[in-house]
Design a protein around this ligand. Structure first.
Ligand code: GAP
Length: 474
């Protein structure tokens, strides 16, 4: 199954609506009528993103002994992109409808209309396919296209104060290059020995011709990337080890493994730097599409930067004294795609015994934006005072919410839609015996627990998946 055209978003509609309604994701610049394919992450979206990034760092950087972090600039020396091959080769084939001026990725147009892959076709071949089969414009139905032409996906800006054309700088289209540029600094300042990795989380920008499917393909997004430096003869074993780790990560964040598949890139479709690439795809509601990627980048990038900068980027093995330019295995993860996959996995509309439908996000506790919500049964003293006291204790430990307004059932439903794993209610029995009800989001079962055992019980329940999955990685 292949990702369908970007306009097909119907399958995502309930998720898009929930994201807006509950403060996960808002359309960008909405008060000005919107700004296509940009999004704001609202208060819960930002928590979700932060949990993904923190957990990723914990798992891949702190959880390993040979990893260090980096936070490089978005604007890198323009030569970087000539060396990396992006100026010349980071292109898509663009085609315009002459009738309605609609603009399309030519490979997507062919694939959608003819149900065959356009991978590996030249611009001329693509143009011929479009003309021979009289492919119709998906927007206006006309069969009147321009020729396919090259479109570079890098956003550019000007560094000079005069705004002339000479000082073009690019917004990085991948975080990876910032890591390569600081490879020498890390080698010189840290006690790292090959094999070791440098990890970075940061923004990347791509002027995608056809962004779409909500936050699946956007023009500004975050990547979590690792460049893992190895000796050439270790690449096969290292590649397999990283592939296993990537699957474990998917497990750790609670993604349904039945929806994750591996897709090997055929040789003719490999990026210019790669000798082997495997994507982890996820079965999104709009089709199975790339979630993450794992590439064997050889020593292409370091060699090119050595050539273009005139600096030596060789590493000397302290034991054998062998000098070599390390090769690289690169596991790469998109934050927005992770978040979208988590939302698709977690989203459920359950019909209850009383005929009502409850919308719920079954997030793993480690990922959930709010871990626990505290409610007084009614907005009345001394229930409120007691509930406030419990909330104040818990919110120093976990991201917690306090809510005293409205019917208790509605407050539970609101937290279900946020994916909050546990709700605590302070009722009249609390005042008698110092116990509270602890409601489980998924089963909706409530148990009574002593107030002084809450932290212990919650610690166990909230961390259970995390520690189990951490163990399998060691
Ligand atoms: N450094 C290698 C690299 O950038 P990529 O496959 O082009 O490889 C890596 O991108 C990851 O970034 C993808 O697997 C995906 O998760 C995410 N990604 C790429 N383009 C994106 C876009 N336009 N919107 C959202 N996420 C994107």
């Amino acid at each position: 199954m292949k990702e369908k055209s970007p306009s097909i978003q119907d399958s995502l509609k309930p998720i898009v609506a929930l994201c807006k309604r509950r403060g996960f994701i808002y359309p960008g610049s909405e008060i000005y009528g919107g700004f296509a394919n940009t999004y704001s992450f609202g208060p819960y979206g930002v928590e979700l993103k932060k949990n993904i990034k923190d957990l990723w760092w914990k798992f891949f950087v702190h959880g390993r002994r040979n990893m260090v972090g980096l936070d490089g600039p978005i604007l890198l020396h323009p030569k970087t992109w000539a060396a990396s091959g992006h100026v010349e080769g980071f292109n898509d084939a663009l085609i315009d409808c002459k009738a309605c001026k609609g603009r399309f990725r030519c490979d997507h147009l062919i694939e959608d209309a003819l149900h065959k892959s356009a991978d590996g076709m030249s611009l001329e071949q693509m143009t011929k396919e479009v003309q021979q089969h009289k492919i119709r414009c998906p927007k206006c139905g006309a069969s009147d296209f321009t020729e396919a032409r090259v479109f570079n996906l890098m956003f550019h800006t000007h560094m000079s104060k005069t705004g002339g054309n000479t000082d073009i700088a690019y917004l990085r289209p991948e975080t990876a290059q910032a890591i390569f540029l600081d490879f020498k600094n890390v080698i010189d300042t840290m006690r790292v020995r090959v094999p070791f990795g440098i990890a970075q989380i940061g923004k990347a920008f791509r002027n995608e011709i056809t962004p779409g499917n909500f936050v699946f393909r956007v023009i500004e997004f975050e990547q979590m990337e690792i460049e893992y430096f190895i000796h050439e003869n270790e690449w096969k074993a290292s590649f397999e080890e990283w592939l296993t780790s990537m699957h474990k990560w998917c497990q750790l964040i609670g993604l349904n493994s039945a929806r994750i598949r591996e897709k090997e890139h055929p040789k003719e479709q490999l990026s210019h730097y790669s000798k082997r690439t495997v994507d982890l795809t996820y079965d999104f509601p709009f089709g199975s599409s790339e979630l993450y990627g794992l590439a064997y980048r050889t020593n292409f990038d370091l060699s090119r930067h050595a050539e273009f900068s005139g600096q030596s980027l060789e590493y000397t093995d302290p034991d054998t004294k062998e000098k070599f330019i390390p090769h690289v295995i690169e596991p790469t993860f998109g934050v927005e795609r992770t978040l979208l996959a988590l939302l698709c996995d977690a989203y459920d509309e359950e019909v209850l015994e009383n005929g009502e439908t409850r919308t719920v996000l079954h997030f793993a506790p480690t990922i959930a934006p709010v871990k626990v919500a505290v409610f007084p049964l009614m907005k009345k003293e001394p229930l409120v005072e007691k509930a406030e006291k419990i909330f104040k204790t818990l919110h120093h430990i976990w991201h917690a919410e306090y809510d005293e307004s409205g019917a208790i059932g509605k407050r539970y439903r609101r937290q279900d839609e946020l994916g909050t794993p546990f709700c605590i209610t302070i009722d009249f029995d609390t005042l008698e015996n110092d116990t509270v009800t602890l409601r489980d989001r998924d089963s909706m079962q409530q148990i009574r627990v002593p107030t002084n055992k809450l932290i212990e019980i919650l610690s166990e329940k909230l961390n259970v998946g995390f520690y189990e999955n951490q163990r399998i990685t060691s």
